[in-house]
Every structure is written in C-alpha cells, then in structure tokens.
Design a protein around this ligand. Structure first.
Ligand code: SF4
Ligand code: SF4
Length: 376
C-alpha cells in the first residue's frame, strides 16, 4: 500500500499518533543542530533546513525550499529513548535497623518515532539483538521498545560522512517500520509518498487524506534512491575490514592513537554502542543510597579497570578494541555489524578521525600510509 499524502497529511499523522496517547519524537532544529525531541505537530520539523557534515565539522544551513527532510543523520540517535543515559536500578532507605530496597518498574511510555532513517532502523535492529536476547533481556529497553510506532523516512540527501549504502543499511528503509515516507521535491511539485509496513501502519494511513501513488510517483522515488546512493559521501569496503583486522602491529594503530583524545564522543553519538557502568551514591546522612546504570564507553580508562589497573591502558588499545569490535567481533556476538554507516562518529569526533579512512589505511600492508591533509 503506497499512498501520496495531501498537503496536511503529515500533520494528520502526528495528530493521529498523539490521539493514540503517544509521545511523538522527531527531528527538530535546536542549539544549532538537527537533533531529536518531542514534537507537537509537523510545524516542529526542520522544514527548510539542511546541514553540511564532514570529519569533525557540522554546519546547519537553510535549503531555501520548503523540504522537510532535506538532511541526513541528526546529531543524536534514537537509542536514548529506549536505553536512557541514566537509569535508576535500585533505591535503598534505612529506617532504624531496617533497610528497604525499592526496585522501580521500568517505564513504558507510549512513543512514536517520526523520521527514522534507514541506518537508524538497522541500528534499532542491532540494539534489539543486544537487549532483547531471550537469555538476557534488558527490562528497561524491552518496556520502552515494545510498542514504539515507527515512521521511517528515506534519505534523499545523504551527508558527506554517510556510508549506509556500503553497509547495506540504506538509504531507503526496507523493513522494521510501520510507515515509511519518501519526500519528493523537484521545484514544480512537493509530495510525500507513504508506504505502510504493518497492519497498524496501514490502519493509520487509511485515516489520513491521501491518494494512491501512480507509476510516475514510484518511478520518482526510485530516481531519488539512485541519486542518494550516488551522492553518498563515504564508503567502507568489507574486504578492507577483513584485512584491517589481520595486523595488530600495523603502524596505523599508533598513528590514530596519537590523534585520538579518548574523549568517547564517537561512542556517545553511535546509535549502536550500548556499554554501561554502574554507579552507587549515598546521601550525606547515610540513610539513602541509589544505584544507577549510566552510559559508559570503551574509550574510558576505567572501563576495563580490574584489580591492579586498566586492562586497556593505552589509547591505541582502546581505539583498536572499539574499531574491531564494531566491525569484526560484533558479527561473532550478534550476527550483525556493529556499524550501520550513519557517519555520526566521523562528524562528532573533535579531531575528525574517520573510521572509513582508518580501515582503508589499516587494510594496506605498506607502512607509508599517507593521511589526507597530513604533512609529508
Ligand atoms: S561506528 Fe560510527 S558510522 Fe558506524 S554506526 Fe557507530 S556512529 Fe555510525
Ligand atoms: S575517535 Fe575521536 S571521538 Fe572517538 S574517542 Fe577518539 S577523539 Fe574522541
């Protein structure tokens, strides 16, 4: 079922989702970036905005058109709505000699995600494999993920740091959505093609004013997909990944370690990174204490701290762990890549480290691996 929305169709979708009692989260312009937040109507979406992304660089820019989805990966991913940055695990109170332990029930707010890119759909699938493993289901994630209504949006404007087509995760959503939108804008016309991917998606689409898509509409969508693939800023070759994993003593590991600040930005923005730490705190009187799960990163020194010190004490070992876990050993653990090609880690690395460039360099056996822009 593929329909073309009328002028107010997107707003009708938001209204219908809100009428179901859902909090609708979508892309918004905030603090100089396109990010995600709660939206009340389609007017909150970044109509007329795009962005320029490159290694270590992000610049919001007006499109001069009324396109709504003319951008690529928002600065933050969806994982924070399913796996929050901080989760209270236990609260303990001491009353005289009795300690009461309270374990909060996981919250399950009814949500709808509007504007999920194809790479981020693949990232949700990766998180599902991690957190919904029948042998180790995470209750917080399971409660939040259960009923989320997903409105995906195909990418027509991949960013300069995107490489989803080489990871086979985009730019057009194929599954994992209730509705999928493709925005078609060519100056003369501005249409939103909507495909239902589930029964409840079809039911919602039937509530909205629309017409059946014509062959011409579908052909325009195909052209838009082809242009997006051709405009993809970067690529990651799978044979390079295999070669990069072979040499733990490759000099490029030292080279990247000299540039890496071990700031953990790449893991915070990554839609699939899921590591956490457990923090305990007590109040000043010693009668109440809390245990929180908080996002952590394999780039921090404490992450592998055991008795006697950190297992990965060098930045070299931490960067190597991150890159090879994402691209290689993740397959052994979860039967999928830990990287979906969204490009966020490249854009938001303060020193512009680009994993596609690092993998290409590591795949070469000669030691004189030039880096773009590096002094000879
Ligand atoms: S490793 Fe980088 S490009 Fe890959 S999914 Fe994570 S943030 Fe996106
Ligand atoms: S690769 Fe970049 S973002 Fe990641 S830890 Fe190193 S400096 Fe920070």
């Amino acid at each position: 079922m593929v329909q073309v929305l009328g002028a107010g169709g997107l707003d009708e979708i938001v209204r219908a989702l809100r009428a179901q009692g859902r909090t609708v989260v979508g892309p918004v312009v905030r603090d100089g970036v396109i990010t995600h937040d709660v939206i009340d109507s389609a007017a909150d979406l970044p109509r007329g905005w795009t962005e320029e992304q490159d290694a270590g660089r992000y610049q919001l820019a007006p499109t001069g058109t009324d396109e709504i989805f003319a951008f690529s990966s928002p600065s933050t991913s969806w994982k924070r709505y399913l796996y929050p940055e901080r989760t209270l695990l236990i609260r303990a109170r001491r009353r005289r000699d009795v300690v009461e332990i309270h374990e909060p029930e996981p919250e399950a707010p009814p949500m709808a995600f509007l504007g999920v890119r194809s790479c981020d759909l693949a990232a949700l699938d990766v998180l599902d494999r991690v957190f919904l493993d029948p042998d180790a289901t995470d209750p917080t994630y399971a409660a939040r993920r259960g009923d989320v209504f997903i409105v995906a949006v195909a990418c027509s404007f991949p960013g300069n740091t995107c490489f989803c087509s080489s990871m086979d995760t985009g730019p057009t959503p194929r599954s994992g959505f209730d509705l999928a939108i493709r925005e078609l804008h060519d100056g003369a016309s501005h249409d939103l093609l909507v495909e239902a991917g589930s029964t409840r998606g079809a039911a919602l689409l039937a509530e909205v004013e629309s017409r059946a898509a014509s062959d011409t509409d579908v052909a325009r969508a195909g052209d838009s997909h082809d242009r997006a693939v051709a405009g993809m800023g970067r690529r990651l070759r799978s044979d390079d990944i295999q070669r990069a994993a072979l040499d733990p003593d490759h000099p490029r590991w030292d080279d990247v370690a000299q540039r890496c600040l071990a700031c953990a930005n790449c893991t915070m923005v990554c839609p699939t990174c899921f590591c956490s730490a457990t923090e305990d705190s007590t109040d000043l009187t010693g009668t109440e204490s809390e245990r929180w799960r908080v996002w952590d990163s394999c780039f921090t020194l404490d992450f592998t701290h055991l008795h006697g010190g950190s297992v990965r004490s060098s930045t070299r070992s931490r960067y190597r762990q991150w890159l090879l876990h994402k691209l290689v050993t993740w397959h052994d653990q979860f039967d999928a890549s830990g990287c979906v090609g969204c490009g966020r880690c490249i854009t938001w690395c303060p020193v512009g480290i680009d994993l596609t460039e690092e993998v290409a360099a590591l795949a070469r056996s000669d030691e004189s691996v030039p880096r773009e822009g590096a002094a000879p």
